[in-house]
Design a protein around this ligand. Structure first.
Ligand code: PHE
Length: 494
């Protein structure tokens, strides 16, 4: 710990790897392929990329700037810019999201530990066909002892790292784990693409079929973008608060979002070719990764080694994200309540473990629509990714764009990046584009949950206006951007 002050990252690479470690997670390798599979493939991917560029980048810069300026956790950052106002609630929403996301995230991460161990024991070699693999997943995830036990083990791993602090815990482990992750991912892709019949998978993933497009696709892709980039809940505020003044926010932000998007893409190339090569359906849902990939390992040469390697990859991705979720919660209690790091991690980690038990049982005893028509697992997943993160993102965009204000925000982002010429464009997107578009999509998504004909008819009318408004807004963004680039001339640097 820096004497008398806040702990800081040890190096730029260390920070980028830790923040990319937060972003790159089950969201990329488990959730992105499964959402892509269920929502029509390449169309979803295209909308997703648009969301990353138009919403993800501006918000990433906003969170990092706010964190570095205030040197505070998700709640403290709002309090220090606007004390004695209800704005701190936007940060509290983030801390709440941290509790909720980690509670079910840890369940899926637990499956990866289980699959890692069982593949080391050679379980996958004993399967004869895809049905056996799928049945194995069903039995595995329905087993309460395994589901809860591995969930507990994952929480303990996260707690052990976060307890050691930012530099000796999070940064040190990210520097070891992230390069390992990239190495294993590249090996998996090479193997998947060399399977006979893998090209249909590539086609499904990169050639869009627009008959699958609907506003729902936009709603889900947006939630996925915030989820995957760890945005909308103060995670990047918290990680940004351990940055020193000298750091270059735009270039760090581009690295983080760029690495995250690249890994999601690469994961698609590791998974869909394999799905199609084995004649499986891409709409496999949450079990996609667990039910399809073991099929490759079952038959491929070297599968004995690749199976544990792949689940280790998933585990590593989950771990570097899990620790960032726990860090959001921890930083809040340490900064605002004056608790020790150790006490905080022990208490919050235990609470999150208990909160996760209903999700852990959602594929067995609780596999029933008991919370608003969903299983506890699905409910927490949808509530956080599709509602809390977009809502948090609107609040952060409005806060940085209007309350903190244009001048202070642009001064902050340019501090450490004096050559950054896109600050006006950034603020334009943050002030006018993000809040409007995210709010619309959120309202639409909410209405589409209702099945009553009256609500559906209303949603249809609304949808028409939304689309017109969005096209107009995109046009304004395009004109504004063109104008901006023409005026500024050729020289650009970040
Ligand atoms: N970005 C992580 C992933 O893709 C999940 C996450 C969400 C982590 C929000 C932190 C905050 O798996």
């Amino acid at each position: 710990m820096a004497r008398g002050g806040r702990e800081h990252w040890g190096s730029r690479v260390g920070f980028i790897l830790a923040a990319a470690g937060s972003a790159v997670g089950l969201g990329n390798i488990w959730r992105f392929p499964y959402y892509t599979g269920v929502n029509g493939g390449a169309v979803f991917v295209m909308v997703y990329i648009l969301c990353v560029i138009l919403l993800g980048f501006p918000l990433m810069f906003a969170e990092l700037s706010l964190g570095r300026r205030t040197q505070k956790n998700a709640v403290g950052a709002f309090l220090s810019v606007k004390p004695h106002s209800p704005w701190f609630l936007a940060g509290s929403l983030g801390v709440l999201a941290g509790f909720l996301i980690l509670s079910y995230y840890s369940v899926v991460a637990g499956w990866t530990i289980g699959y890692f161990i069982e593949s080391l024991l050679g379980v996958f070699r004993s399967f004869h066909n895809a049905t056996e693999v799928a049945n194995y997943f069903k039995a595995f995830s329905a087993n309460p002892v395994k589901a809860v036990g591995y969930h507990a083990l994952f929480m303990v791993l996260c707690m052990l790292i976060v307890i050691r602090g930012v530099k000796a815990g999070i940064e040190r482990w990210s520097k070891i784990l992230m390069p390992t992750l990239f190495g294993i991912l590249v090996l998996s892709i090479i193997r998947a693409l060399t399977l006979p019949g893998s090209f249909s998978g590539v086609k499904f993933f990169i050639f869009p079929d627009f008959s699958h497009f609907s506003l729902d696709t936009v709603f889900l892709a947006m939630g996925q973008a915030f989820y995957s980039l760890s945005l909308g809940m103060g995670c990047m505020i918290t990680y940004g608060s351990y940055l020193s003044r000298k750091s270059n926010i735009p270039s760090n932000g581009i690295w983080i979002a760029g690495l995250d998007t690249m890994v999601a893409f690469l994961a698609g190339f590791a998974i869909f070719p394999a799905v199609f090569a084995f004649g499986l359906k891409p709409e496999g849902g949450p079990g996609l990764v667990f039910q399809t990939l073991p099929n490759i390992f079952r038959v491929m040469p070297g599968g004995v080694v690749f199976a544990p390697l792949f689940f280790l990859l998933l585990l590593i991705a989950a771990l570097t994200s899990g620790i960032s979720l726990l860090e959001v919660v921890t930083a809040y209690f340490v900064d605002e309540k004056g608790w020790s790091r150790k006490k905080t991690v022990l208490i919050t980690g235990t609470i999150i473990f208990f909160m996760g038990i209903p999700s852990a049982l959602s594929y067995g005893k609780l596999a029933k629509p008991i919370v608003f028509g969903k299983t506890p697992f699905d409910f927490v997943d949808k509530l956080t990714a599709n509602y809390l993160l977009p809502l948090g993102s609107i609040l952060i965009a409005v806060f940085v764009g209007y309350i903190w204000g244009r001048d202070k925000a642009s001064r902050e982002i340019m501090d450490g990046a004096p050559g950054f010429k896109l600050a006006p464009l950034w603020l334009f997107l943050l002030r006018y584009f993000c809040p409007v578009v995210v709010a619309q999509i959120l309202i639409f998504g909410f209405l589409s949950e209702f099945t009553s004909p009256a609500v559906q008819a209303f949603t249809k009318i609304l949808q028409r206006y939304f689309i017109i408004a969005d096209i107009a807004l995109l046009g304004v963004v395009a004109v504004w951007t063109a104008h901006f680039f023409l005026r500024k001339g050729r020289k650009f640097s970040l």
